[in-house]
Unconditional design. Structure first.
Length: 696
């Protein structure tokens, strides 16, 4: 057996801070490069000492996982074998063309295509594999064709830092425009004149704060500022209504929004405010026949309602209810068509689709029979259509794209995701269980396992969770996780508070001063799995990413005895320091989610009481794998680096502790579809190794 090298030991350069009378000492503050804004744009400028430490950790991780190389290769081969490599999307008609994406066998990136409506004559608009050639990282953040179908605008990121460059490609084969727009996010929208593009510009702290108007054939220096958000706690975004009549400018944080509108046919018009921001009030806007259709939680509609008003009188005082608020029925989103209003709802963690006819207010509900499943509206280019497309899957059923004729009620299966290596849903079981929280709340837990294992005997288990920002974890199909399930592992998803699985109140009771419900719900889910004989109490792994990484980091502090292994992908673990650093991109906009520890002493104390980095103690911990991305602007690389350094200093066990930093990617990891599978195979190999599951 190869002897493991000694683990890296981070230098200590203590920095003392005081706030609200509380003194904190951070020995690993130096791992934050003060020039981080430039590092995100150019990783080569990272300080040598920091780079040396990260590379030493990477080398140690590679050594620690060397005995899993064959397992990683087997996992990767299985996962790749479940991908239809020459797959393509269902074509989406827009006027004279149908637009779609496809992949080629062996290709990492999508190929964007179109063909004349009803024809098979394909035209390649952009070949992602060709564009990525020779680049360490390449991602297409957005690609949008103009309303006259003559040009595409494409936003590209070559660093993983989510800083995009926009360029234009002529679709008639001509040279087109040499315009280049730099420093943007991936938000782009065409005006209806076919020569004006709206985009959002990032500021020096990587926040989308400006909406700009670009005219084709002119330099970026001539672009016009349309809207600038002065509050660093709000980001701006842009979109277009389904009717294509309005360009929408949305200023928002996590719980408040404010929308302005510009006629898409008159892009130089001044933006018109729809309703002033009101803390805690969210709204989103569509348009039909001169009326605004607005989804909102205004007037105490916690689970949202739909209101309408004339475009000429958009103010909130003119809003009138169209779909009243029903407590417990969360309206997740709407699609507005010329003849129909479609809404996606969720009741007790299960989604449904409701179609409403504009002419007579008749409604039809689309639902499914499995115990747990996921639904998603597919959207589309066309406004005057009877065709509604939506996606369906469950933990046992691969994804489907279904067409629903809103006039006749007929359904048609347009696409069934193929699993080339084979998949029989009858070999698997999906169940929806409920754990009881400390305060009596019932926490939905979705489990997936092989049909041939005896539930009640206790099995190695992977528990996954997120629980922040109101983001719900769908009970969807995930082909890679079958590599765990086929080896006898029970895969469980805890639908904990902080998401919106059971309505907006489920979110409200897992944020700010009630954030600890998220962690105790997760622990209760694990305890239920043990009590019911599903999980072997000595072999439970937990996995979460970003804010889910904070979840598993806090859970490791609170109940280290429950877990055998922890995988924390780009984990938000240095919560208190980050929420006190106003220079970071997300900090001001995050205060409604976590609280503002700078101004609020109670928020400071509460965050400090659970922040994973601040609560590392001298005690035994489970095996831990943390990942990071050097160019990540969301959860900066130094958060997991500091966390691992502190754990290595204080923990009293001999369990594995690894840090793996992707030196050429950001928050989402690798951009290529097979590269992402290699990263997941690495994580799964760690889980299998630590749970003692040796089957290749």
């Amino acid at each position: 057996m190869t002897r493991m090298p000694a683990p890296p030991v981070a230098d200590e350069h203590p920095i003392e801070t005081e706030m609200h009378g509380d003194r904190r000492i951070d020995p690993y503050h130096w791992l934050k490069d003060e020039n981080w804004q430039q590092v995100v744009k150019d990783p080569s400028v990272l300080k040598a000492g920091i780079r040396a430490y990260l590379e030493a950790e990477n080398a140690y991780t590679e050594a620690g996982m060397a005995d899993t190389h064959e397992l990683q290769a087997a996992l990767f081969a299985e996962m790749r074998g479940r991908i239809k490599e020459d797959d393509s999307s269902v074509p989406d008609a827009d006027g004279p063309f149908e637009y779609y994406t496809r992949y080629v066998t062996g290709g990492q990136h999508p190929v964007f295509c179109r063909r004349p409506r009803g024809s098979e004559d394909e035209q390649v608009l952009l070949d992602g594999d060709a564009e990525a050639k020779g680049k360490d990282y390449y991602k297409i953040g957005a690609l949008s064709h103009g309303p006259d179908h003559k040009l595409i605008a494409v936003a590209e990121d070559i660093l993983g830092s989510e800083t995009y460059t926009i360029r234009f490609v002529a679709l008639d084969g001509s040279k087109g425009f040499a315009d280049t727009v730099t420093g943007s996010s991936a938000d782009i929208e065409w005006a209806e004149d076919g020569k004006t593009l709206f985009y959002t510009l990032l500021d020096d702290n990587h926040r989308p704060s400006k909406v700009m108007r670009h005219t084709l054939g002119t330099p970026q220096s001539d672009d016009v500022l349309v809207y600038e958000e002065a509050d660093p706690g709000y980001f701006v975004g842009i979109s277009k209504t389904e009717s294509r009549t309005l360009i929408l400018i949305d200023a928002h944080d996590h719980v408040t929004s404010e929308v302005r509108m510009i006629p898409a046919a008159d892009p130089s018009a001044e933006p018109v405010l729809i309703a002033e921001r009101d803390s805690g009030v969210e709204y989103s806007v569509s348009e039909r026949n001169g009326d605004l259709i607005i989804l909102t939680n205004a007037d105490g509609a916690e689970d949202f309602k739909v209101v309408t008003t004339a475009t000429a009188s958009p103010g909130r005082e003119n809003w009138r209810d169209l779909i009243p608020h029903v407590p417990g029925t969360l309206i997740i989103g709407t699609d507005v068509f010329r003849d129909y209003l479609v809404r996606l709802e969720r009741i007790d963690a299960l989604p449904r689709i409701v179609v409403r006819r504009w002419d007579d207010a008749t409604e039809f509900t689309i639902r499914f029979e499995e115990e747990a499943y996921a639904l998603g509206l597919e959207g589309g280019y066309e406004f005057a259509t009877d065709d509604l497309r939506f996606g369906y899957s469950s933990p046992t059923t691969p994804g489907q794209v279904i067409s629903y004729n809103m006039k006749t009620g007929e359904r048609a299966l347009l696409k069934q995701d193929e699993i080339p290596s084979g998949h029989d849903p009858a070999n698997y079981v999906t169940k929806r269980l409920h754990a009881v929280a400390a305060d009596g709340e019932l926490i939905p837990v979705t489990i997936l396992h092989r049909a041939d294992i005896a539930i009640g005997a206790g099995h190695p288990t992977l528990l996954y969770g997120y629980g922040s920002y109101g983001i719900s974890m769908p009970a969807a199909f995930g082909a890679p996780r079958l590599s765990l399930v086929d080896r006898g592992i029970v895969y469980a998803i805890a639908h904990i508070r902080g998401g919106m699985e059971k309505g907006y109140g489920w979110y409200a009771n897992g944020r700010r001063e009630t954030k600890k419900n998220t962690f105790t719900d997760f622990i209760a889910a694990a305890e239920m799995l043990i009590k019911d004989g599903i999980a072997d109490p000595t072999r439970i792994a937990i996995h979460g990413g970003s804010a889910g990484g904070m979840l598993v980091g806090t859970s490791a502090n609170m109940r280290p005895d429950l877990w055998r292994a922890v995988v924390a992908d780009v984990p938000f673990v240095d919560v208190l320091n980050t929420m006190c650093d106003t220079s970071l991109p997300l900090t001001p906009i995050e205060w409604p989610e976590w609280g503002n520890p700078i101004e609020d002493a109670e928020a400071y104390a509460y965050i400090k009481s659970y922040s994973p980095y601040d609560n590392v103690e001298s005690k035994d911990y489970p095996a831990i794998l943390a990942t990071a991305g050097l160019t990540d602007p969301r959860v900066t690389y130094w958060e997991p680096a500091k966390w691992v350094a502190k754990l290595r200093k204080l923990k009293t066990d001999d369990n594995t502790l690894l840090l793996k930093t992707n030196m050429s990617a950001g928050h989402a990891g690798a951009a290529g579809r097979f590269d992402r599978l290699e990263e997941l195979a690495f994580n799964y190999a760690f889980i299998l190794k630590e749970l003692g599951v040796t089957a290749q």
